[in-house]
Design a binder for this molecule. Structure first.
Ligand code: HEM
Length: 455
């Protein structure tokens, strides 16, 4: 089978090159081979993996008929975190059914019920910012995004259980970002509980604490009139699939943890990037602040999230350094022909978000932050897809864009910040996401009268 041209070095070398600095890896080989190339990045005996950044090829993957691909084993590293019943572990019919249950609470009019709470949580975070000490913007963004998940997705009210969950989750998430700790997920033989001080022992204990708290919440919720509540856990408890079956407690726990692990860091890091771009480009920030100011002092979350320039700023943020550089790998089950190449059964295809977002044909001068790109022409979902696409595309896309716009808009309206630009901001890998490192912010002032959001 003829594959696209690609990297010729030893597979182990390619794998290490990708892990050490994924952005440099993609920039370097894009310049050499263009938007689509073959690599061997799955270790010593890696099979060929084709990275697809060309819109025609991406479209072929995202619009393929059901059953054309199966999921690569890559997502299996998440299994200890999210459990067997998690959406990202499932394939075929079981995946389709769970996805159908999870989609409604994260879409459409449902968003409106979350708006006021997200706005309130943002204002609380603003009030808690340090006044004279410089801070990394990721910290408050991470706090907001975790609180949004606990309140809106889990539906937990502030109190003891809320505080305990917040503490256990933060401690686990922080530990996972350590490269040594996270390597345990890739090598199952290392997954041995050698006591609470061993990395896996720490993981097992934290995970057990989180599970117990979630099961306690589910059990308490079952005693209440959960049908009347609007949080995502309550909606999932009421939902039935085509066969009239409801989710079991284990399924509910696994889906909650999936939404937490995939939804928290991603949204927090995207917000952090947006602040860095906006504070490095005062002209763009002022244009956005002007758009928000024109809403007046009384507006709804929907007014804010419908602003075109705010949308363009978020889309451009997600384009330049997409939080996930790649979509989930797809293994070909039935031959697929695209761009004149027929990929046979067993070939691993990866729609590569970063390659597509830096194609000069789609985004000239691609390393410059320029939201106007999204106002000047209609960008296709196969050129720009920070949330992936097709039957495995991100189910949190509408939710996180809504949250991003609301948090960003609220902070820009209510707070004045200063960015110390003496330390350049760089993209670094943190767990599975690409996040900004460097440059600290300080609070320099508050709006005279914070915006009043009405619902
Ligand atoms: C800026 C924020 C986010 C980004 C950039 C992002 C990105 C992605 C990407 C690239 C994928 C893989 C898509 C593919 O393979 O085609 C994905 C999958 C997924 N995301 Fe997100 N995501 C974000 C926020 C969220 C949120 C807030 C949630 C949930 C509340 C979420 C839940 C999921 C789930 C469950 C999947 C797996 C879908 C499946 O396998 O069917 N994500 N996300």
């Amino acid at each position: 089978m003829q594959l696209p041209p690609g990297i010729q070095t030893f597979p182990l070398l390619q794998t290490l090159e990708l892990i050490a600095n994924p952005i440099r890896f993609f920039d370097k080989y894009r310049q050499r081979y263009g938007d689509t190339f073959t690599a061997r990045v799955l270790g010593l005996n890696s099979p060929p993996v084709v990275f697809l950044g060309n819109p025609e090829a991406v479209q072929s993957v995202f619009t393929a008929e059901p059953g054309q691909f199966e999921l690569g084993k890559v997502t299996h590293v998440f299994r200890p975190l999210t459990g067997d019943k998690s959406l990202i572990m499932l394939d075929g019919e079981r995946h389709r059914r769970q996805r159908k249950l999870l989609m409604p609470p994260l879409h459409g009019d449902r968003m409106k019920t979350y708006g006021k709470l997200i706005h309130q949580l943002t204002q609380d975070a603003i009030a808690n910012l340090p006044h004279h000490t410089p801070f990394a913007i990721r910290d408050p963004m991470s706090d907001i995004s975790l609180e949004v998940i606990l309140r809106v997705v889990f539906g937990i009210q502030p109190g003891d259980r809320y505080q305990q969950l917040k503490h256990s989750i933060s401690s686990l998430l922080e530990a996972i970002t350590n490269p040594i700790y996270s390597s345990f997920f890739f090598f199952p033989p290392l997954q041995k509980d050698l006591g609470s001080w061993s990395p896996w022992g720490h993981f097992v204990r934290r995970k057990a604490e989180i599970d117990a708290l979630i099961y306690a919440e589910i059990s308490e919720r079952r005693q209440q009139n959960y049908q009347e509540k609007t949080d995502i856990l309550s909606l999932l408890m009421s939902a039935e699939d085509e066969n009239g079956e409801k989710m079991t407690d284990i399924e509910l726990r696994d889906q909650l943890l999936t939404l937490l692990f995939l939804g928290h860091e991603t949204t927090a890091s995207s917000l952090a990037w947006a602040f860095y771009w906006l504070y490095q480009r005062p002209d763009i920030r002022q244009k956005l602040q002007q758009e928000i100011a024109e809403l007046g002092t009384n507006y709804t979350p929907e007014d804010l999230v419908s602003l075109p320039y705010l949308n363009a700023v978020c889309q451009e943020t997600l384009r330049l350094y997409p939080i996930a550089l790649i979509s989930q790998p797809r293994i070909v089950k039935k031959p697929l022909t695209t761009q004149g190449i027929t990929y046979k059964e067993g070939t691993i295809l990866i729609p590569c978000i970063y390659l597509a977002h830096h194609r000069p044909e789609s985004f000239p001068d691609s390393h410059t932050f320029k939201p106007e790109r999204f106002l000047e022409r209609k960008v296709s979902p196969f050129e720009h897809f920070p949330f992936g696409g097709g039957s495995r595309g991100c189910i949190g896309m509408a939710f996180s864009l809504y949250e991003m716009k609301l948090v960003l808009g609220t902070i820009l309206a209510d707070l004045q910040l200063n960015l110390d630009t003496s330390v350049p901001v760089k993209p670094i890998r943190r767990g599975i996401t690409i996040v900004p490192a460097g440059g600290k912010f300080t609070v320099t002032g508050y709006a005279e009268k914070p915006q009043a959001v009405t619902v």
